[in-house]
Design a protein. Structure first.
Length: 395
C-alpha cells in the first residue's frame, strides 16, 4: 500500500501507527455527529417533525466514518461522502446536522483535492465536488434554486484552499530535496578533497622514499665495495647514508603525522628551490656527476609552485639514479617572463628512464598540472633522457 507523500506502509506519527491517527478522529467525528443529531442541537430536528430515524443516523455515520481511510484512499473518501449525501437526498430529507455539513461540504472536497496524485487530478476532484454538491442542493426541496450555486461555490472555495496547501507542500518537498542534494554535494566534495589529499600525500611519500632509498642503496653498494680497500671512503659513505636516511625518515614522519592527526611533531618547512644544492649534493655523493645551473632573473613562485619545482628535480634525479645508468646529468633552471623552466637531462639509456612500473612520471605530470604548468618527458636530442617542466610564476 502506498501512502500520500511518497511514504510506504502504515507509517508512524508520535509513536502510533498512522492508521490510528485516521481512525480515531473519524470515530470521534461520527460519534459527535450522532450525538448532535439525537440531541437536536443546531436544529437537527425541525419543529413538528418526528423523532430521528435510523436512516438519518446511518447517513450521519456514512458521511463521517469513511474518513478513517482518508490517508489510504483520499479521492474515494472525499468524493464518496459527497455522493452518499447526494443519493440520500433523493429518498429522505437530511437532518440539519452541523458536523455532517462540515464532513460533506468541507472535509470531503478538501480531502479529495489534497489527496489527488497530480494537479490535473486535483482540479478534476474540485469540479466533481462542485457538480455533486450542486446536484445535492438542487435535490433538497427545503431550499430554492440558489442552493445549487451556493453549494458549488463552497466546493470551489475549499478546492482553492486545498490548492494552496498542495503548493505549500510541494514547495516544502522541493526545499527538502534541495537541502538533501546540497548535503550530498557537500559529502561528495568532502570525499573528493580527502581523495585529493591522499593522492598528494602519496606523491610526497613516493618522492621522499624513492629518492632517499635510491641514494641510500647506491651509497651502501659503494661502501660495501670500499670496505676493505678504502675504509675511510666507506665510513664517509655510511655517514652520507645516515644523513640521507634521517632526512627521509623525518619527512615521512612529518607527512604521516599531518595525515593522521594534524599535530604532534614540530613540522619542518616544505623544501624550496634553496634546498636544491643539498639535493644535488646527495645525488652527487652516489657517484653521478650532477651539475646545477641557473639562468635569468629569479621571479616569485607561490609556495605550492616552489614545492612542485623542487619535486620535479627530485623525481627526475631519482629516475636517473635508479634507471638511466647515466654518468652525467645536468639540472638547469631558467627564469622566463612567465614561468620557471626546469630541464633535467642525462646521458644514460634514453627511453628506459622512468621504467620499472612506478608512477613517478605520472605523479610529476599531476603535480605540475595542478599549478597550471606542463611537463614533457622523452629521449634527449643527443641521447639520454630529458625532462622539461614549465612552472608558472606568481602573477
Amino acid at each position: 500500500m502506498r501512502w500520500p507523500g511518497g511514504s510506504a506502509g502504515t507509517g508512524h506519527r508520535h509513536g502510533l501507527p498512522r492508521v490510528w491517527t485516521d481512525v480515531g478522529p473519524a470515530a470521534l467525528l461520527g460519534a459527535a455527529a450522532v450525538t448532535e443529531l439525537l440531541s437536536g442541537v443546531s436544529g437537527a430536528r425541525d419543529p413538528g417533525q418526528p423523532a430521528v430515524t435510523p436512516a438519518q443516523v446511518l447517513l450521519a455515520l456514512a458521511v463521517t466514518l469513511p474518513f478513517a481511510a482518508r490517508t489510504a484512499a483520499p479521492v474515494a473518501v472525499g468524493l464518496g461522502v459527497q455522493a452518499v449525501l447526494t443519493l440520500a437526498t433523493l429518498v429522505l430529507v437530511p437532518a440539519e446536522v452541523f458536523l455532517v455539513a462540515i464532513a460533506v461540504f468541507v472535509l470531503g472536497p478538501y480531502t479529495a483535492a489534497v489527496g489527488a496524485r497530480t494537479w490535473r487530478g486535483s482540479l478534476a476532484c474540485g469540479l466533481a465536488s462542485a457538480l455533486l454538491l450542486a446536484t445535492q442542493g438542487a435535490l433538497d426541496d427545503r431550499y430554492g434554486a440558489g442552493a445549487a450555486l451556493a453549494n458549488a461555490t463552497y466546493a470551489l472555495l475549499v478546492w482553492g484552499v486545498a490548492a494552496l496547501v498542495r503548493r505549500y507542500r510541494e514547495a516544502a518537498d522541493a526545499a527538502r530535496q534541495l537541502a538533501d542534494a546540497a548535503h550530498r554535494l557537500a559529502d561528495a566534495r568532502a570525499e573528493l578533497a580527502v581523495e585529493a589529499e591522499r593522492r598528494r600525500v602519496a606523491r610526497d611519500l613516493h618522492d621522499v622514499v624513492a629518492h632517499g632509498l635510491s641514494v641510500v642503496v647506491l651509497r651502501a653498494r659503494g661502501a660495501v665495495h670500499d670496505l676493505d680497500a678504502d675504509p675511510a671512503s666507506a665510513g664517509a659513505a655510511l655517514r652520507d647514508i645516515d644523513a640521507v636516511a634521517s632526512r627521509a625518515l623525518q619527512d615521512m614522519r612529518r607527512l604521516l603525522t599531518v595525515t593522521t592527526s594534524g599535530a604532534g611533531l614540530p613540522l619542518a618547512p616544505q623544501p624550496t628551490l634553496a634546498d636544491l644544492p643539498e639535493l644535488v649534493g646527495d645525488v652527487r655523493a652516489t657517484g653521478l656527476d650532477v651539475r646545477l645551473t641557473t639562468a635569468g632573473t629569479a621571479r616569485t613562485l607561490t609556495p605550492g609552485a616552489e614545492l612542485v619545482a623542487y619535486r620535479v628535480v627530485q623525481e627526475s634525479l631519482t629516475n636517473v639514479v635508479r634507471h638511466a645508468a647515466a654518468r652525467h646529468t645536468e639540472v638547469r633552471l631558467e627564469w622566463a617572463a612567465d614561468a620557471l623552466v626546469i630541464e633535467v637531462a642525462d646521458d644514460g639509456c634514453g627511453g628506459t628512464a622512468g621504467a620499472g612500473g612506478g608512477r613517478g612520471l605520472d605523479g610529476m605530470q599531476e603535480r605540475v598540472g595542478l599549478v597550471g604548468g606542463r611537463v614533457h618527458c622523452g629521449p634527449g636530442a643527443d641521447g639520454g633522457f630529458r625532462v622539461r617542466a614549465e612552472v608558472p610564476v606568481a602573477a
